[in-house]
Design a protein. Structure first.
Length: 346
């Protein structure tokens, strides 16, 4: 089968490898229908984080069709169309029962890897896979993109809003205009926010944010951005802040624009060496967030919202590539030519 190999910073390529096989009783082999490139994949591609050269590439988002199942799998069968969340919760431990399946206590290998391929070995699949009615041919390209978004970015944006405790009538600031931040705008709108401020310097992303429910955009950075947000909030600050980047500047900004007593939902993968603990203390700001509860949110809220046409998170995929051209997809995202690149697989 075709599989994506990380060659070195700035280059991935397709290699031919053996098709994955069932190795554990709770494994499922998926025929991947669509996958994509995530902003977190770009850290190694840009040379900003260490990754071994000529190694298995990441790739953790997919929708697909069940090819085969381990003997302990009872919830899906060959032929089922499924969303493959990047987290693999058990549904039974204390973390999963509390709604934090991204931190499942029963699995050490709790995240997807190797989804940018024709087939995927999906571990601990009994509870974590999310069945979709029918089969891929029943859905439009736009709907397939929205279902793909449920494997990560839509659920991650929703997690940011959930952890920020967004409520009806709130003023919300979303720090980050990537796919997760844009899905955070959708989520804040779903939860009843009255004012949603997206921090974005890119016209195409601002336009989509407004379509998703944003009311204002702030293009400035640093102290100028904080000042602009204060102007937009009558110098009060935001009731809830969604931090969807993970850098030192984005984290600092999120803390500064939060009003006293606000909550910050952090879902940007942290790249902060010395986190500021004084600012939130002095403002009584609560910090929450982390790895998203993908299966929980998909089953409880998000899949129905997509199927009913209430939300359209697939619009974050602004260009599609085939698997053979996956390096072009990485380049397009690196150069900000697309918001998020979808990968279609024949």
């Amino acid at each position: 089968m075709k599989n994506t190999l990380f060659v070195e910073p700035g280059k991935v390529k397709i290699e031919n490898v053996d098709k994955p096989q069932i190795q554990a009783d709770d494994d499922v082999i998926l025929r991947v229908v669509r996958t994509c490139v995530c902003g977190s994949d770009l850290w190694a591609y840009r040379g900003l984080s260490d990754k071994e050269k000529n190694s298995q590439n990441g790739g953790h988002e997919a929708i697909g069709v069940v090819e085969s199942v381990g003997k302990n799998i009872t919830t899906v069968k060959p032929g089922d169309f499924v969303i493959a969340p990047f987290t693999h919760g058990c549904g039974k431990c204390a973390a999963c029962r509390a709604g934090y399946d991204g931190n499942c206590l029963n699995h050490k290998d709790n995240t997807t890897s190797g989804a940018q391929a024709e087939f995927l070995r999906y571990q601990h699949a009994e509870w974590s896979l999310v069945k979709v009615p029918g089969n891929p041919d029943d859905y439009s390209d736009a709907m397939l993109d929205s279902l793909l978004a449920l494997s990560d970015v839509m659920a991650t944006g929703y997690h940011a809003a959930h952890e920020a405790r967004v409520g009806k009538g709130d003023t919300v600031v979303v720090v980050g205009d990537g796919a997760v931040g844009l899905c955070g705008v959708i989520s804040a709108q779903m939860m009843g926010a009255k004012k949603i401020i997206i921090m974005s310097r890119h016209e195409d992303r601002q336009k989509l944010a407004f379509e998703f429910g944003a009311t204002d955009a702030v293009a400035e950075r640093g102290d100028e951005a904080v000042e602009k947000v204060m102007q937009l909030t009558n110098n009060q600050g935001a009731d809830a802040v969604l931090e969807c980047v993970g850098t030192e500047l984005s984290t600092e900004t999120a803390l500064k624009v939060a009003r006293p007593g606000a909550s910050v939902g952090r879902v940007g993968l942290p790249h902060v060496k010395n986190p500021d603990v004084v600012t939130p203390f002095m403002k009584n700001v609560s910090l929450g967030g982390g790895i998203a509860s993908v299966t929980t949110y998909d089953k409880d809220v998000l899949l129905k919202a997509v199927l009913d046409g209430e939300i359209h998170p697939g619009k974050v995929f602004t260009k599609s590539f085939d698997l053979d051209n996956i390096d072009d997809a990485y380049q397009a995202m690196t150069n900000r030519e697309v918001i998020k690149a979808a990968i279609t697989i024949d």
